[in-house]
Design a protein around this ligand. Sequence first.
Ligand code: FES
Length: 93
Amino acid sequence: MKIDVCVGSSCHLKGSYRIIELFKKHLKENNLTESVELKAAFCLGRCTSGVTVRIDNEIICSVCAENFLQFFDTHVLKNSKKAPTKGEEQETP
Ligand code: FES
């Protein structure tokens, strides 16, 4: 999974640095640092609705410290559990 956090000027003013820190903390706590690639990105084109985050090809807007945990649960934890490896698929009866 690839996560890009917009650090364009509008999102920066809305707290993208804080969002990156929250990502680092929660990815570590959930042992996802190996499977998730976290990067900063330039403007993702949704400046009025920042902080903007792109997860793979999905754009999520209005991420803030207050809604981060719910956002992380919905878009990162649930998605990271969704894709089983081929070995797991074959074991299913
Ligand atoms: S500055 Fe973040 S979407 Fe434009």
